[in-house]
Design a protein around this ligand. Structure first.
Ligand code: F6R
Length: 258
């Protein structure tokens, strides 16, 4: 049985409107709590959100001076300078354009000799920072969150994981060839994510509609990792119309807030 009543859903007209909406939620959270600890995602979904945050910063409306960040994941085998690493992505999309203190930005070390030790170090750093206040998530078309692929346990922590062939295929668009896509990653676990005080999951496009509907309206099941979020008390899905299109009774829950 689904716990849909626990889930806030905001449906926006399109990707740009959803990006503005998520950015304004993050900006408000930073304004309220300047020393906020943010959990951040990579991929296509947050690109517009980061663009908006950079814009707000350049307008003098947003300071990252006291913000701490923890990214969800990193490819194993790619160093921070590698153009396809998630560290590079974050530098290009956000960190290089705002006044965040580099020492307070964290991305798992994809070159760690021992990923299990790196996972423990990462978890300890999150705890030392006071825990994640606001976690931004995307979702895979297979329902993954971070790189917690179907079958990931609810109590999983930051660890090394194998990527599924569908995730490797989806992410190959960022690489010259699918053979260049790493098959392993280090990722925060579902248990790690569930400890964030507040979660925003953003999803856009028809390709996410099935995963979104099953996550919100299906039963809580390891086959759809995002369905675990039904058991978190403060989750907001920010969707475009296409990503919301397979939700039942959409008319009754549309909160057209752009
Ligand atoms: C990224 C991440 C992934 C993506 C997901 C969606 O840090 O952890 O779970 O959020 O694969 O990717 P996009 O946004 O590219 O569709």
């Amino acid at each position: 049985m689904s716990n849909r009543a626990n889930t806030n859903i905001v449906v926006c007209d399109d990707f740009d409107a959803a990006s503005r909406h998520v950015a304004s939620r993050i900006a408000n959270a930073i304004a309220t709590t300047p020393k906020i600890v943010l959990g951040l995602a990579t991929g296509s979904t947050p690109v517009g959100t980061y663009r908006e945050l950079v814009h707000l910063h350049h307008e003098g409306k947003l300071s990252f001076a006291n913000v701490t960040t923890f990214n969800l994941d990193e490819y194993i085998g790619l160093g921070p300078e590698h153009p396809q690493s998630f560290r590079s992505f974050m530098q290009q999309q956000l960190f290089d354009h705002v006044n965040v203190d580099a020492r307070r930005t964290h991305v798992p070390n994809g070159l760690a000799d021992n990923p299990a030790t790196e996972g423990k170090i990462y978890e300890d750093s999150i705890v030392a920072a006071g825990g994640i206040d606001l976690q931004l998530l995307g979702i895979g078309s297979n329902g993954h969150i971070a790189f917690n692929e179907p079958g990931s346990p609810r109590d999983s922590r930051t660890r090394a994981v194998d990527l599924t062939p569908s995730t490797v295929e989806a992410n190959s668009r960022f690489f010259d060839s699918i053979d260049d896509v790493p098959k392993l990653a280090i990722t925060m676990g579902i248990g790690t994510i569930m400890e964030a005080k507040q979660i925003i999951l953003m999803a856009c496009g028809q390709g996410k509609a099935e995963a979104v509907a099953r996550s919100i309206e299906g039963s809580v099941d390891e086959s759809i990792p995002a369905s675990h979020l039904q058991l978190h008390g403060d989750v907001t899905y920010v969707l475009d119309i296409q990503a919301a299109s397979k939700l039942s009774a959409i008319d009754t829950i549309v909160n057209r807030d752009v």
